[in-house]
Write a protein of this length. Sequence first.
Length: 218
Amino acid sequence: MLGLVLVYFLLKIILLFFVLYIILIIHEFGHVLFVKLAGLEVDNIIIGSGYKIFSYKKFILNIFPFTGYTVFNKESFFGLSRIKKSLILLGGVFFNFIFFILFSSMYLMLNIEQNKINNSISHQKIEKKINCENTFDIKSYFCFIKETHKKNKKTTKDKQMYVKNQIKKELTFSNVLFNLSLISFLVGLMNILPLNMFGQKTDGYYFYKICLKGERDE
């Protein structure tokens, strides 16, 4: 039982890391798009922090998916118009909100179809139950009491089955879509706010300092 619980929490951590990597890649490519449209060159796209686990040309993937950076020439950037600078700084946020809408729409559509299937199954079970009640006899009554008692009695096997079902639920495409939409929204929301926490500055912070106040923040 303890082993299954550990597997469940390990799976949740792996899923969280996977979702964060996807959302950070989406966010940084939002910056990259507007950097390219502004005519600047991208030096590096860095996803995460800590030990480097993968690199390909200008793309670098690090072990902890909690930060991301798009590196480009700052002097050329400060020479751009205010609109272009704003688009570059908020490009990641735009992408986060666009993909939040996309993932949420896919999640809702998938769940509408799943609910239709579940409702159909529920109706079949109700019809079967009605038929059983119409053909009531003493033997079926005691059988019903016995089965109800078994269902109400929580055993270790029942708990194991519950954890296994939770593990299966974590791996469903619907659950992954839900996590992608939620994290995409939260990352977009956090980055649009002008925050400077523990030395980590958000896109909103740079936008406020550079585009609204007209300061140079290195």
